[in-house]
Design a protein around this ligand. Sequence first.
Ligand code: PDD
Length: 287
Amino acid sequence: MSSQVQTVYLNGEFLPIDQARVSVMDRGFLFGDGVYEVIPVYGGRPLRLDEHLERLDASLKGIGMVSPLNREQWQAIFEQLIAGPEDQSIYLQVTRGYAPKRDHAFPSVVQPTIFVMCNPIAAIPASGVAAITLDDTRWQFCNIKAVTLLANVLLKQEAVEHGAAEALLVRDGHVLEGSSSNVFVLLDGMLITPPKGHQLLPGITRDLVLELAARHGIPYVERHITLDELRSADEVWVTSSTREVLPVVTLDGVTVGTGVPGALWERMNALYQDYKIELRHAHAGGR
Ligand code: PDD
């Protein structure tokens, strides 16, 4: 993208990013009281827009809010911000908004704060990445895509300080997901990912990977994964809207499988890249 100042959307206005301002009394700032979405865009087309907006609705419902905009209104904003055909991602955030007084309980009258920006997506490292395992220190509603991300931030930072790209989170002996991704393992020819529930974010990329597996006859199951299974897996992947399907080649400093991205990852990544190509060339509204 060019060196021009980035344009963002804030509460009904399109503004240069350095002029977008939110009150210090915004509940997003004071309490992390809000939710967000990250939607990848290929060839100017958002991937799985309906699914992302449905998840947004579910996150808002989880914090006692409803979407302040309908699908057409969101889409109109995205169209203004999507900059050219390059791979990019939409970041959108809705907070409970400004309240005149700091009080944990919801204010009686409130206008949500709506913020949207678009950023380039970096190419994924096809040679694979390192991950570490950490205890899951997050709250009990990980299915809500809340902006309250301090636990995730600290976990990711610990991974980075260990030279790793992701922290895989373990609770009660089960690996649930990454600090900002879902997790898959390949064990004895079976692709496994943990089931949806309160303990993990229902990833849109995760669902797409399962859909591609089903369509192409790759055996998979949604079930819990023990830490021992993770350690003995032939392949480990993490998935997210900005990192697609990313192979993990070392785990806690130990080689995963043969230490290079596995054959099933090669296949799934090719299917995923084909899906992106189809989206780029789809007619308007296609996804
Ligand atoms: N994070 N789990 C967590 C905790 C996440 O934060 C994310 C995505 C995912 C993957 O979800 P999806 O496939 O829908 O992107 C799973 C985004 C990218 C972020 O916080 O930037």
